[in-house]
Design a protein. Structure first.
Length: 335
């Protein structure tokens, strides 16, 4: 009988649960090794823990009551996002806790963000947290890899962190085209109620309830942490999110381009415009968001609203959120 089977037998035969300390004495292994095996059994749903620290006891199977907080640590190599998703659904009984719209959005967002960590992070492990309260379900996917911004900088030869962040949210941008389309972050950030990504000492937050976005400095140099929150009874349908950005042929062909993901509120040069337009040729409809942009240069506007459509006939360009001064420069470039 191997050690895992011995642990399962001892827990099953116990009437009041067993502690890690008692297993340590019974098996003759170190506490660290025993706890590591118990953690693996918990992640597999074979046992569950009640209590904390050294007084915690371990019992057979999953807890009979619904789990509202789940933490998993997985080896990235060979990990399948769908296997993890099924484990979360089963252990937290999400089919009974979320409405259909929420469960569908959670399915898409969770598997897409976990897949990004698996395909891009190069991290040894991935940390996963799922939590439910009276109103929302929140999940966190964390890795200690190269970081999303650094991955974009390397893959697309971009030197600036803020330009890389802009690029990350354009959609259809991926450093692993053989694996996926690069649409995951784009659609996830629009389907959930709140989307946060923390990497390279920055945290970018999209609040779809308040229709607001903001960027702030944080202390996270290594890896990437993505946090998504969804209302349990949300009325948002993921099909409506997809439909908003797809054409009649179901092709993903529309995008809202953010101008304000920068440490500067001034966008002046033609070269800045060219960097912004990088990777957008595949879209037919582009809407440029000038919210929080204080000033633009004539070269910047001229490149976007005159030269770019001239080089790419059939493009439909629009804008919103522009101040009066910025609006004047945009309209001037279109004449």
């Amino acid at each position: 009988m191997d050690t895992i089977q011995k642990i399962l037998t001892l827990i099953k035969d116990s009437k009041g649960g067993v502690t890690a300390g008692s297993l340590e004495k019974e098996l003759g292994y170190s506490r660290q090794y025993v706890v590591r095996l118990l953690t693996r059994l918990i992640s597999q749903g074979e046992v569950h823990r009640r209590g904390k620290t050294r007084a915690a006891k371990y019992y057979p199977g999953t807890a009979s009551n619904k789990i509202n907080h789940l933490e998993l640590i997985k080896e990235r190599q060979g990990l399948s996002e769908y296997v993890v998703f099924d484990e979360v659904i089963r252990r937290m009984q999400l089919n009974t806790q979320l409405n259909k719209n929420c469960l569908t959005i959670f399915d898409y967002a969770f598997t897409e963000m976990l897949n990004n960590a698996i395909d891009h992070s190069q991290s040894k492990k991935v940390w996963i947290t799922v939590e439910i309260d009276h109103a929302n379900i929140t999940f966190i996917i964390k890795d200690l890899g190269i970081g999303a911004i650094e991955s974009i900088k390397r893959g697309f030869e971009i030197s600036d962190d803020f330009l890389a962040l802009e690029h990350l949210f354009k959609g259809k941008q991926t450093t692993a085209k053989e694996a996926h389309s690069g649409q995951g972050i784009f659609f996830t950030s629009k389907a959930v109620d709140t989307y946060k990504i923390a990497t390279s000492n920055m945290e970018f937050i999209i609040d779809n309830i308040k229709a607001d976005e903001f960027l702030r400095d944080i202390r996270q140099r290594k890896g990437t942490t993505v946090t998504c929150k969804i209302k349990k009874n949300t009325k948002r349908k993921i099909k409506d999110v997809f439909d908003k950005y797809t054409g009649d042929d179901y092709e993903f062909n529309q995008n809202i381009v953010k101008i304000n993901l920068s440490k500067h509120k001034r966008q002046m040069s033609r070269s800045e415009a060219k960097r912004l337009l990088l990777g957008l040729d595949e879209y037919t409809v582009l809407d440029f968001n000038f919210k929080n942009v204080d000033e633009v240069g004539q070269g910047f506007c001229d490149e976007i609203f005159r030269n770019y459509p001239n080089r790419n006939p059939g493009k439909v360009l629009s804008d919103h959120g522009a101040s009066d001064g910025v609006r004047y420069m945009i309209e001037r470039s279109r004449k």
